[in-house]
Ligand binder design. Structure first.
Ligand code: GUN
Ligand code: FE
Length: 450
């Protein structure tokens, strides 16, 4: 079903810390899925527009609220079967013991297909209309993930993972050489860009060095050149944990962000996952390059030995969005990512060691409010990716979810609340999959959601 006009109450957050409620508003959508007009309840043009659309107008019933589609800036697609498992080891052990053996199995497309299909369907049902995916090292399975996203109608950015360093990657799961890694990356870019069902470029290719510790310098510099040549998005992990951060410092004598920059991998369309140990100078460098951070608050609790200093980053005007980091974070819900973002920031602000005096325990000024977390999960993701998504305004794509606050099997209970702030808070803290009634991408309804 393709949508031309929808009437209801919309919540969005174009700015940090503020919610805008568009009550009884009509949004017109053009044939390409772009918002053509936003017509408010007190706009004299609204009655005529309602009449003009007639039966083509979707009027949402009582209890429904429309949010911008959620943007997940960091997903390891092949790790979905491992979601909610294997959280007992530190990153460097977890990769070798659980994750590389699982990812290696995606060489088999019959193994990959049902797992990637379930992931894309589930993320859409959870309200994730845009996902930035790490696939695996395999070229063919990465093409398959892109095909599934195209078929299911999810906005997605898909990258073949480059991991070519024999010192760090097991023989059963690595690129045969830097040249092979670049050839595979090029093949995936060409596949996605020339796909006959992707003429509107809803799915985009991404240059994806896994992280510096798994790549040779040859591969990293060739990928930097390719990013410039192809004008592609770039994604990688940056300064995630003490171990990962220390590895890069040892190898180059400077930080991850400096090293990535030296390889040409910090661009306007780069997204660095985690980035917990960024220095002030690293943050300034990212701001200068207009690169973004994917803040993965839940995964950071398990693997990072730190909380990302989000408030400090936002004060520097660093681009930040939120990510689940499936399966480093054991939840596939971006609502959960918002909640954990708020929770982790409170722990950073107040500290956690009760043996210390309260005044010395935390990092004052670190707290993030729910509206800012929601802004980051929607508009912030759009800014990070340089895509017109995440808010309801003319020129933006109509990517949206309809929340049914009265779904009997849902987890939101309203007792007469109608104030936008109250309803919004209940939705953000309470919504689960059963509350997500419809999911729209580019004005098209995606698969069944409950
Ligand atoms: N660093 C390199 N690979 C990974 C991964 O798969 N997950 C996380 N959390 N960090 C990584
Ligand atoms: Fe990750």
């Amino acid at each position: 079903m393709t949508l031309r006009a929808i009437l209801g109450t919309f919540f969005h957050a174009p700015q940090q810390g503020a919610l805008e409620a568009l009550t009884d508003t009509l949004i017109e959508i053009d044939a390409t899925g772009t918002i053509a007009a936003v017509i408010g309840a007190d706009d004299p043009a609204q009655p005529a527009a309602i009449t003009r659309y007639g039966d083509a107008l979707l009027r949402l019933p009582e209890g429904r609220y429309i949010l911008p589609g959620l943007v997940d800036l960091h997903v390891h697609a092949p790790q979905y079967p491992q979601l909610g498992q294997a959280l007992d080891e530190p990153l460097e052990v977890w990769l070798q013991k659980y994750t590389f053996p699982l990812e290696a199995r995606y060489a088999d497309l019959d193994f990959a297909r049902p797992r990637y299909t379930a992931l894309v369907e589930d993320l859409l049902a959870n309200g994730t209309t845009t996902a930035l995916y790490f696939a695996t090292q395999h070229t063919e399975a990465t093409k398959l993930l892109a095909d599934i996203c195209i078929d299911k109608g999810q906005r997605a950015l898909v990258g073949k993972v480059v991991m070519d360093d024999p010192a760090a990657c097991p023989e059963f799961y690595r690129d045969a050489s830097p040249e092979a890694a670049i050839a595979g990356t090029r093949a995936v870019i060409d596949h996605i860009r020339s796909h006959p069902a992707n003429a509107d470029a809803r799915v985009l290719p991404v240059i994806t060095p896994r992280f510096i510790p798994s790549c040779t310098d040859e591969a990293l510099s060739a990928l930097g050149q390719l990013a410039a040549e192809c004008d592609c998005h770039v994604q990688t992990h940056c300064s995630e944990s003490d171990w990962a951060h220390g590895h890069v410092l040892n190898r180059y004598g400077h930080t991850d962000a400096q090293a990535l920059d030296s390889f040409g991998l910090l661009t306007r369309k780069s997204v660095l996952a985690h980035s917990n140990f960024l220095t002030d100078a690293d943050m300034d460098r990212l701001v200068a390059r207009q690169s973004a951070v994917a803040h993965c608050a839940l995964s950071n609790i398990y693997f990072a030995n730190a909380v990302f200093p989000l408030r400090r980053a936002l004060e520097k005007h660093l681009h930040v969005g939120l990510g689940t980091d499936i399966s480093g974070g054991p939840s596939a819900s971006m609502f959960e990512a918002c909640r954990t973002t708020v929770q982790a920031s409170r722990l950073l602000q107040d500290g956690v060691d009760p043996t210390l005096p309260a005044a010395n325990r935390g990092t004052p000024g670190s707290a993030i409010d729910l509206k800012t977390a929601f802004h980051l999960a929607t508009a912030g993701g759009g800014i990070a990716l340089d895509l017109p998504i995440g808010i309801f305004a003319p020129g933006y794509r109509f990517d949206a979810l309809v929340i049914d606050t009265s779904a009997p099997s849902g987890s939101i209970r309203l007792f007469g609340e109608t104030q936008p702030d109250a309803v919004f808070e209940k939705i953000l803290y309470g919504a689960s999959r059963a509350n997500i009634e419809q999911v729209w991408v580019d004005g098209r309804l995606t698969g069944s959601t409950r």
